[in-house]
Structure formats: C-alpha cells, structure tokens
Design a binder for this molecule. Structure first.
Ligand SMILES: Cc1ncc(COP(=O)(O)O)c(C=O)c1O
Length: 390
C-alpha cells in the first residue's frame, strides 16, 4: 500500500487553479496564502491518476458511454462507507452538484416559488435560487456554546408558507462543520414530509469525517425519507476531482427521477467527459486507502490549527468541525466590522479565506479556512495570524 506524503508542498502555479490563480481578482492582491476555495493542495490517489493517464494515452476522446460498473462503483462506496443501500437505477450523472441544484430548482419549482436554506451556508445555495427567479427562505441555524443546531421551531413556522417547495440541506454542513445526527435528520425529514417539502440533500462532504463521527445519508433513514429526497453526491471533495466535473444525483422516487431525467434530456446533458468517467470509478474502487490516510492527516491539521489558535490567538475561536476540511472561525472578539475583518485577513495577515458574511445571516464576524493543505501552510497561516494580531 502506498504511503502518501501529504506534507509535500506542490507548486500549483501551472495548475490553472481558481484557488491560486484568482487571488488578484478576488482579493486585490496576489501575495496571499490561499486557504479559501474548497479543493485540496494534494494530488489525487495514485490509481485515479493512473486511470486518467491510461485514458489520455488512448488519444481518442470521442463521446463517452458509461459502463455499468460506473454507477456500481458508486453504490458499493455508499454501502461500504455509509451503510446506504443505493440502487444504480436511482442514479443520474451530473457535471456538478451546484449545476444539479440549479437543474432541480428549474425542474421542481416555478418562478416565484420559495426554497429553504439554513444559514450560514454554502453561498451558491442563495445564488442558485435567486439566479433562477425563485426566492430564498432562511431557517438560520442556532449557535450556542460553540455548537450549531437546527432551529426546528422556526422551521415549523417557515414551512407553513405554501409557496415553499424545497429545502436545501447541507449535510455535512459547510461552513459550520456539523455532521447531522440521525435524530436531527429525522425531525427535519418529518417536518418536511408533513408540509409537502422535497428535501435536496447536498452530501458532497459526506466522506470527510473526523475520528468517531458517522455520516447518515438522509435517504438511508427510511423508505419514506428516500422517496421524499434527492441526494447530491460526488467524488470531487473526497478525492480532489472537482475540475473533472463528475457527480452523481440519487433519486429513489421514480416520479421525481423521471422529472429530473426529462429535464436533463431537454438540456442535453447526459454524458460524462472522458476523464471524469474513468476517474470516478477508479476513485470509488481503489481510493479508500488514500482517503483513510488523508483523514488522519486532516485530523492532525485540525489539531495544529486548534492548538496554535488557542495558545497564541485567543481572540479567535474555532468551531470544532465533525466533518468537512473547512473550519469556521469565530473572529468576533477581534472587534472588527465586516470590512475591517476582510481588510485584516487580506492586508495584515495576508491570508485568502472565505469571508463569513458570504454565507448569509449569522456569518458576519466569522472566517472559513480550508485545511486540505500541507501542514506547512497551516503553520504559516498561524504565524501570519499571530503577527497580524500583534
Ligand atoms: C456544500 C457544497 N456543495 C457543492 C459544492 C460544489 O459542488 P460542484 O463543484 O460539484 O458543483 C461545494 C464546494 O465547495 C460545497 O461545499
């Protein structure tokens, strides 16, 4: 079994990477340490690279045809890692999870309809709803004693509006790092079923879990929940494949499956690209050892960050994540307003992080840092933060 070296710093300057190449555009300067966009500064598992290399060497990149083994590899992965029995005929290819959210909004709602989100949350959720002429209804998370929970009382109120048709569930939750318990998902699922709201469960971070934490796929809880949900999955966070634009949408309800499939047929977006096709299958079939090593390394990065902050930068508090490689930092004790905090991170600490307010209500005063990077970057970020705080 290969021993992956996650400490190795890899130069991404010729990598055409949004995380590294768009600093100037996003932050106004290029000399920042980029710990923002949610991808990894690591190479993907060796078997994935080999599968892509073998495909590249064929030299013919015509229209692709998915072998049965492709969705079978997804099903095996879901069973093995999450104890979820998924049938291959519930699965549909999508070039991404965010595009899928947009397709779903179009296929399952009308202009003016409303979609629930739970902020602070992954900001494209808002864009997908609003850019398609639908309206956001927010059910903000509660934050108490450093931990986020769902506000079910507020949800019960919001679902009374008959124009609310969907709920975007972020599970595990980006940016707060919660991995929802089965009990929480049960309550959420019940409320939605009772009020005719379809749950769209974005589980793209499902595999990135800290020791002892179990992810419960929403649809795995009961047949009733499966039939009232669409689950968005992808190997892109797990194996650093986002640039290959390959994800899998799981729709156990045949009526909803057909609605979605018809939509995809109308927009003619049914085939994989040649490299995503082989990469997904190789990742789910042979990537587990790499993932387990990565998760161990990530836990070390989290410890490094948490201990460093606690020791030297007590004005910042870490919201301890249960999942995702993203860490949500409470910077409110720095006493800066939104603009001041943004300026502090960019011009004083010289870090490119995700500004908390991007994530909607409840995000102000927070920053999101990405720990899917060599430990040297985490240490460098700590050094820069310590110096900036003074
Ligand atoms: C919750 C969540 N959903 C979706 C995505 C992106 O999905 P995709 O690249 O497949 O569109 C991300 C990326 O950060 C994410 O955090």
């Amino acid at each position: 079994m290969p021993n992956y070296d996650f400490d190795k710093v890899i130069d991404r300057s010729n990598n055409y990477s949004s995380k590294w190449d768009e600093l100037g555009k996003m932050y106004g300067r290029d000399d920042l340490l980029p710990l923002w966009v949610a991808d990894m500064d690591f190479m993907s598992p060796k078997p994935v690279i080999e599968a892509i290399e073998a495909r590249a060497k064929q030299g013919i990149y015509g229209y692709t045809s998915r072998p049965e083994s492709y969705f079978e590899s997804v099903a095996r992965w879901m069973k093995k890692r999450h104890d979820w029995d998924v049938k291959t005929d519930w699965m549909i290819f999508s070039p991404g999870v965010v595009p899928a959210l947009s397709f779903i909004v179009n296929a399952f709602t009308h202009p003016g309809d409303k979609v629930l989100v739970q902020s602070p949350v992954y900001y494209p959720f808002f864009k997908v709803i609003e850019d398609n002429g639908r309206r956001v209804v927010n059910n903000p998370l509660l934050f108490k004693d450093g931990r986020y929970t769902m506000d079910f009382d507020d949800l019960e109120e919001k679902v009374k509006d008959p124009q609310v048709k969907l709920l975007f569930l972020c599970s595990p939750h980006n940016p707060v790092g919660r991995v929802w318990t089965e009990e929480e998902l049960n309550k959420l699922g019940r409320i939605c079923i009772d009020n005719n709201i379809l749950i769209i469960s974005d589980e793209i971070h499902q595999d990135i879990l800290y020791p002892g934490v179990k992810h419960t796929p929403f649809a795995s809880i009961s047949k009733e929940f499966a039939l009232n949900s669409i689950t968005c999955t992808a190997p892109s966070k797990t194996f650093n494949l986002a640039g290959l634009q390959t994800s899998t949408i799981v729709i156990p309800n045949k009526i909803y499956y057909d609605i979605y499939k018809n939509f995809m047929t109308r927009i003619h977006l049914l085939r994989n690209n040649a490299f995503g096709l082989v990469a997904l299958e190789a990742a789910y079939t042979y990537g587990e050892e790499w993932l387990d090593q990565f998760l161990e390394y990530l836990d070390g990065n989290l410890k490094t960050l948490s201990e460093g902050i606690e020791k030297d930068i007590p004005q910042i508090k870490i919201t301890k994540p249960e999942g995702t490689y993203l860490v949500w930092m409470d910077c409110r004790e720095l006493g800066l307003d939104t603009k001041g905090l943004n300026d502090f991170m960019i011009n004083k600490a010289r870090l490119a992080l995700d500004d908390g307010y991007w994530f909607g209500t409840g995000g102000e005063g927070f920053q999101r840092i990405n720990l899917a990077c060599p430990r040297a970057y985490v240490n460098e970020a700590l050094t820069r933060l310590k110096k900036a705080v003074g």
